[in-house]
Design a protein around this ligand. Structure first.
Ligand code: ZN
Length: 259
């Protein structure tokens, strides 16, 4: 069974020596593809190196809404140059109306600039959204991005159909293991099967008692299987196919840009 971890941050493992053990466990669990997301110019090089050294790690580069102070002059050009080095996506980017929020105008400007860059280069985008779903919907309608996914989807179940009609994929994290997260379970039930993804957000672990790390994807998919009433194997192959579809244009877009 091949598994697709739609969103993680492998570069954040400390100390770095832990990472080889984590990757070994992931391989044993069948996790063959992982989308590894940078969050600011300070970690893009690490993501690039990790992807170069590990087959199956697909790099994503982006400026996360929590780290906007780390977007010095010229960061957007820097981002474009990373994206042109290798087949890669744009992420993690987005909007956050929660406690780590900076001004919404600055957030929206930076988010939109990155969405436009993804569209210009034909790259998929990995989106973070917390307490900003109304604005997110307006921006997606205006910008009409290429393939995009909501990582660790926490939006209302009622919005899933409209986002799906605009092209969204929805990735669910370890949080669905927590039986108290009723809103998440309803959202999972509302998402169209052909847009469903699963992720671990490693090294973070967002459910009590859950084996974190990319190998923990097995438990995320089992929890989803129980909620959806479908066999875990079926969800594993469905999310593998969906994930590959989400990133299918990566190599093509790089070839097109070559001189
Ligand atoms: Zn993340």
């Amino acid at each position: 069974m091949k598994l697709f971890d739609a969103h993680n941050h492998l570069q954040d493992y400390q100390p770095k020596t832990r990472l080889s053990e984590v990757l070994r466990q992931a391989a044993e669990a069948g996790v063959e593809l992982m989308l590894c997301n940078g969050t600011s110019p300070g970690d893009w090089e690490q993501v690039l190196v990790l992807a170069a050294e590990n087959k199956g790690v697909i790099p994503f580069f982006g400026l996360h809404p929590w780290f906007l102070k780390e977007g010095p002059p010229g960061w957007l050009e820097g981002l474009e140059s990373f994206l042109l080095k290798v087949p890669s996506g744009v992420g993690e980017i987005g909007l956050d109306g929660g406690q780590n929020a900076t001004s919404s105008a600055r957030q929206e400007g930076i988010f939109t600039a990155q969405l436009r860059l993804a569209k210009k280069l034909g790259r998929p985008a990995s989106l973070h959204c917390v307490k900003a779903w109304g604005r997110m919907l307006e921006i997606i309608k205006e910008e009409k991005p290429g393939p995009f996914m909501f990582h660790s989807y926490g939006g209302p179940a009622e919005m899933a159909a409209e986002f799906a009609s605009l092209g969204a994929y929805f990735s669910f994290s370890g949080a669905i293991i927590d039986q108290k997260r009723e809103k998440l379970r309803r959202a999972l039930l509302a998402v169209p099967a052909e847009r469903l993804l699963f992720e671990t957000e490693a090294p973070d672990a967002d459910a009590p008692g859950w084996r974190a790390g990319p190998a923990g994807l097995v438990e995320v998919i089992s929890a989803a299987a129980a909620i959806l009433g479908r066999p875990a194997e079926e969800l594993a192959s469905l999310s593998w196919a969906n994930g590959n579809k989400f990133i299918e244009d990566l190599t093509v877009s790089v070839r097109k840009e070559a001189p």
